[in-house]
Design a protein. Structure first.
Length: 130
């Protein structure tokens, strides 16, 4: 049953579940903090309402993410690699400078980056522009 799932999809599921666990831990910490504040100021808690189910919904009027134009990431990466010079830049550096998740950059270099002339891998997760 699970033999037909690509490894990239499994990795994505693992990352998402790790993110979910981290967020749930934050929610639990907030719940504990709320209880401490209620106890400190003598605010009675409602009976049976201690463990309310958590629902997530998108707020109307929230931030709208727009897709970048085709080739925008390539242009940004080339610009940063050009400024980095011969020493090159790591995926982590690029991620911070471009404000793009490092996973997106790894995928980009593994796919699109291979066919871009002038980009050369010079180390572990390190690239330079010839």
């Amino acid at each position: 049953m699970l033999t037909n799932i690509p490894s990239s999809t499994l990795k994505q599921l693992v990352r998402l579940s790790e993110r979910k666990e981290a967020l749930m831990a934050q929610i639990q910490e907030i719940d504990r903090e709320m209880i401490r504040v209620q106890d400190k100021f003598g605010i009675p808690s409602r009976e049976g309402d201690q463990r309310a189910p958590v629902t997530v919904s998108r707020a109307p009027g929230g931030p709208i993410r727009r897709r970048s134009k085709r080739g925008a990431l390539k242009e940004k990466i080339i610009r940063v690699l050009r400024t980095a010079g011969k020493k090159g830049a790591t995926v982590g550096d690029l991620s911070k400078k471009l404000k793009v998740p490092s996973a997106n950059l790894y995928v980009w270099f593994n796919g699109t980056g291979r066919s871009v002339p002038g980009i050369k891998k010079v180390g572990v997760a390190k690239y330079q522009l010839k």
